[in-house]
Design a protein around this ligand. Sequence first.
Ligand SMILES: Cc1cc2nc3c(=O)[nH]c(=O)nc-3n(C[C@H](O)[C@H](O)[C@H](O)COP(=O)(O)OP(=O)(O)OC[C@H]3O[C@@H](n4cnc5c(N)ncnc54)[C@H](O)[C@@H]3O)c2cc1C
Length: 399
Amino acid sequence: MAKIKFQEYDVVICGAGPAGLKMACELQKRAAGVYKILILDKKSPWQEPVFCAEAVSADRLSEYWPIKEHWVRQRLSGIYFTSPSRDRAEFYSKDCGLILNRALFHKDMADTAASLGVETNFESLCLKVEPSSDGRWVLKVQCLGDEIELKTSIIIDATGPGAKISKGVPELAGMESGDADLESAIFAVVEGIEHSPEHIELFFGSRFPGGYGWLFPRDGKEVNLGFVLGRHQKKNESSRKQLSDFIQQYFPTAHIKAVYGGMIACGQSKKPIAKHGFFKIGDAASCVNPISRSGIVEAIVSADVMVPIVLEWLSSSSPEKRREIERGALDAWMKSLGESHLQLANGKSIFSQISDKQFNRATKRLSRLSREKTTLLRIFIAVLFSTPSLIWKLRSFIR
Ligand SMILES: Cc1cc2nc3c(=O)[nH]c(=O)nc-3n(C[C@H](O)[C@H](O)[C@H](O)COP(=O)(O)OP(=O)(O)OC[C@H]3O[C@@H](n4cnc5c(N)ncnc54)[C@H](O)[C@@H]3O)c2cc1C
């Protein structure tokens, strides 16, 4: 058990998920010991379970973090798109993604942060922030049974969906609060299912209104089976019951080992993500892809985008200049992924209008093609041809 070393810091990062850990490593690397940086989490980031299906694009992740085999559960070479009639279209690509062991991935990131010289403390619950009279922040933290106060110039909120630590702080009113289109997702870790360890399978149709179901392989034996549903969809049953019905109907031989759930902030707003030296990244800033609901690489990208902005802020002493830097934070995110997320968010409701019949027709059409010919563009076109009314509605999507 470790105590927090100092009472004052230049930067305190709250939350040691992919966003916070990437921020800690990059800030420390680029500022090379100039600033005192502390990263806090209420639990060790490698503590199981991590509420996630753990799929990422290998290409995209490797741009931001070197891939190490010991935290790769599975390399993927294909995706099955499965319609309500259980017809399957296969998208094949030699390297179409990875299933991570997120606990080990977080451990790698946390060890890297510590070895670079970042102070890490994973027994600290961030309770509340308050502005201090000298223009910095006071952060109240519960650590080893005591409530302590830290002073810091910058707070990075990387606490995930819901971003609770900034709630109710008048200086931070109007900021993005990690709840844009907050959806619930649930999954079970399951054994006893025949499956291809190199494919993920995505399920569409009215069983998953506004969202989709998934089967992600884990280690050849276990799979992660779950779904995410649109926020506005009416639910007659609990998510647990829906999950168990889905599993029973589609995979009657399945043995459920555990069930987990979580929230995904998968909309994109234009609300500020930096104010008064308080910056938000990752899910706390609603950085998840609104359609795929992937947020791991997106969280890392959002941290990467914010690093130079935070450093510029720290090196400037003029309040006016700092306000300008903060205003530029949202622009930088929008240029990187935010604009495309906004377009996807606009098109999201349109995809939820595709009927089971239309999905069945599109998948049948695609299943007649050889797997080498089933490109993502062909899949998209097949869905459009089965749903001509979509073409007109998609205007808003490409606006
Ligand atoms: C069921 C489910 C399945 C998913 N599947 C995928 C997938 O397959 N692929 C993908 O790319 N994305 C997936 N996501 C999304 C992905 O998990 C998130 O987008 C990603 O984890 C965001 O990273 P983050 O660092 O912003 O936040 P998080 O990973 O949520 O990390 C936040 C950290 O902050 C800590 N924390 C929170 N509050 C406090 C506090 N007050 N004090 C101290 N510490 C605090 C938490 O303990 C946590 O460690 C899934 C999400 C869910 C819910």
